[in-house]
Design a protein around this ligand. Structure first.
Ligand code: PLP
Length: 426
């Protein structure tokens, strides 16, 4: 097939290619990206470059075409891009597991490598349900979460996504019925803590686990909450024999100003999921970590194995890049970079509060959010950002940014201007 012109490519895309959360055929024309370098996406239509305010859904923390990550991929490619993980092992996977165990909250010692965030949540849920089954308590098979969350698009994760934004109605009777607490308030409120405690106590006999995104709820609404609620969950779970799962897929690797958001409360979960920034945005890989208590529990059961093993489990190429990404992160003063971006976003987004239709402006770590009092006009808001030279992907009533940590001050300011422009026109 000869090279495709941009119009040909768009026509074939519209006819044949599903896009995320999209109809078929597509109705909104995507931008065609030709290459990406640093924090910039180069468009194929010759219109130039856009500063990426999204880090490709929060994953490309070190920017694109990064020489260190490229070299790790090249090096691994020349050895082997993949071998099966059943009965075989290799250095990239072993090193990655060790790095993850060393950097994550205390107590998490075992690592299951999965191929996407959603699968890592499936594995986390399977671990928790199997743990209780192995201990002779198969009735403990429901999950508790708070509203406003997002945990992925496969069935178990969908069942704990926010029931309003998560299309629960479409899937009534199909999705597992889980226990939902109210959405966590931004600040600490004792009455909300009490609400969590009493729900956990009331449902403990049927709960396998509580699963939440710590401190920041991402795709469910970009909401922040007091880390003190994590301690409330930890204590209530311990008191009532319920496992605690933190989904750090969005918050992991420094995004909120601590390596993992659990660090804001110095709380360790029993099970933790990571993904997104794990490979620096190079390829798909995620991981589920658990404590020896969970692993031992499973191993004592009638079926003493965790029956899960994706074909591409532990993919060496992804694991090698993940190792390089983590070493690159830890080898620099990443906190200073995140704080620098936080300060830049605070300054640049301050003006947004005065824009008519803006309900709230919030910044935490390298996350900046402008919430409107109405649904965003996606097309108008995206176009306004593109006119400022920035790529943003607003959703629902939210215009937000999660830039790569390598975004320079001038580009952070530019992203903030674009968020304001999008808020004005969206
Ligand atoms: C993105 C995300 C997921 C799903 O990860 P995928 O790799 O898209 O399957 C799960 N949980 C959280 C918190 C996420 O942000």
């Amino acid at each position: 097939m000869p090279d495709l012109s941009v119009p040909e490519l768009l026509e074939l895309d519209r006819r044949h290619v599903w896009h995320p959360y999209g109809p078929m055929p597509g109705r909104i024309e995507p931008l065609v990206v030709e290459s990406a370098n640093g924090v910039r996406l180069r468009l194929a239509d010759g219109s130039g470059e856009l500063v990426d305010g999204m880090s490709s859904w929060w994953s490309a923390i070190h920017g694109y075409n990064n020489p260190v990550l490229n070299e790790a991929a090249r090096e691994q490619l020349s050895r082997m891009s993949h071998v099966m993980f059943g009965g075989l092992t290799h250095e990239p996977a072993v090193r990655l597991a060790k790095l993850l165990v060393d950097m994550s909250p205390d107590g998490l010692e075992h690592v299951f490598l999965a191929d996407s965030g959603s699968v890592s949540v499936e594995v986390a849920v399977k671990m928790c349900l199997q743990y209780w089954r192995s201990l002779g308590r198969p009735g403990k098979q429901r999950l508790l979460t708070w509203r406003g969350g997002y945990h992925g698009d496969t069935w178990q994760p969908m069942s704990v996504c926010d029931p309003e934004g998560g299309m629960h109605e479409l899937w009534t009777g199909v999705l597992q019925r889980q226990v939902f607490a109210d959405p966590p308030p931004a600040g600490y409120e004792e009455s909300y803590a009490e609400h969590l405690r009493s729900l956990i106590e009331r449902h403990a006999h049927e709960l396998a686990a509580v699963i939440v995104e710590p401190v920041v709820q991402g795709a469910g609404g970009m909401r922040f909450h007091s880390p003190a609620y994590l301690r409330v969950l930890r204590e209530a779970c311990d008191a009532h024999d319920v496992l605690l799962v933190f989904d750090e897929i969005a918050t992991g690797f420094g995004r909120t100003g601590t390596l993992f958001a659990a660090g804001h409360a110095a709380v360790s979960p029993d099970v933790m999921c990571v993904g997104k920034a794990l490979t620096g945005g190079y390829m798909t890989m995620a991981a589920t970590l658990c404590t020896p208590r969970v692993a031992d529990g499973i191993s004592r059961g009638e079926v003493p194995v965790l029956a899960h093993g994706p074909t591409f489990m532990g993919n060496p190429l992804a694991a090698a890049v993940a190792c390089a990404s983590i070493e690159l992160l830890l080898g620099q003063d990443w906190l200073a970079e995140v704080k620098r971006i936080e300060a830049g976003l605070r300054e640049g987004l301050a003006a947004a509060s005065d824009i008519p239709g803006v309900k709230d402006v919030r910044v935490l770590g390298a996350i900046g959010v402008v919430q409107l009092d109405h649904a965003v006009d996606m097309k108008a808001a995206t176009a306004a950002a593109v006119r400022e030279g920035v790529w943003l992907r607003p959703f629902r009533d939210l215009i937000y940014t999660m830039p790569p940590y390598v975004t320079g001050d001038a580009d952070v300011a530019r992203i903030a201007r674009a968020v304001c422009a999008a808020a004005r026109e969206g």
